[in-house]
Design a protein around this ligand. Structure first.
Ligand SMILES: [Zn+2]
Length: 134
């Protein structure tokens, strides 16, 4: 039993009559399909690498597009938004911004000046005076 790969085990079960739906599209897997184990919660943002965070899905039609954002059969990736790599990058950006904010807060307690704001302190008065013709 343990000498069979995951793919081989799934093919044996299908040949025995098991209907195993893809973890994403829910179409039954066939012995000819390339299948892959995937992490519904990406490992890169803290998803567990165990049974609790595992599904089996079509490798090319379902898993890869979800991971990379590239549509199945497309020549290039248009956007990684909402794909796993996009989510991982976003979490990294947010974590970096959070660390910078924490560093500045601690530095202020040590007496370091706040960096000058990029926004003017005075209200922008020109809008109304311009409308009145001044
Ligand atoms: Zn699928």
């Amino acid at each position: 039993m343990s000498s069979l790969s995951q793919g081989a085990l799934i093919r044996v079960l299908i040949r025995q009559g098991a209907t195993i739906p893809c973890g994403r599209c829910r179409k039954p897997l066939t012995v000819d399909d390339a299948v892959e184990r995937e992490h519904p919660i990406p490992k890169g943002i803290g998803g567990a690498d165990d049974e609790s965070n595992a599904i089996i899905s079509h490798k090319h039609q379902c898993h890869r597009p979800h991971t990379t954002g590239r549509k199945f059969g497309a020549e290039k990736t248009v956007t990684t938004a909402n794909s796993d790599i996009g989510k991982i990058a976003k979490v990294r950006r947010l974590t970096k911004a959070q660390e910078e904010s924490r560093r500045r807060m601690l530095a202020r307690d040590q007496g370091e000046e706040r960096p000058r704001s990029k926004w003017p302190k005075q209200k922008m008065r020109w809008r109304n005076s311009f409308a009145r013709g001044k």
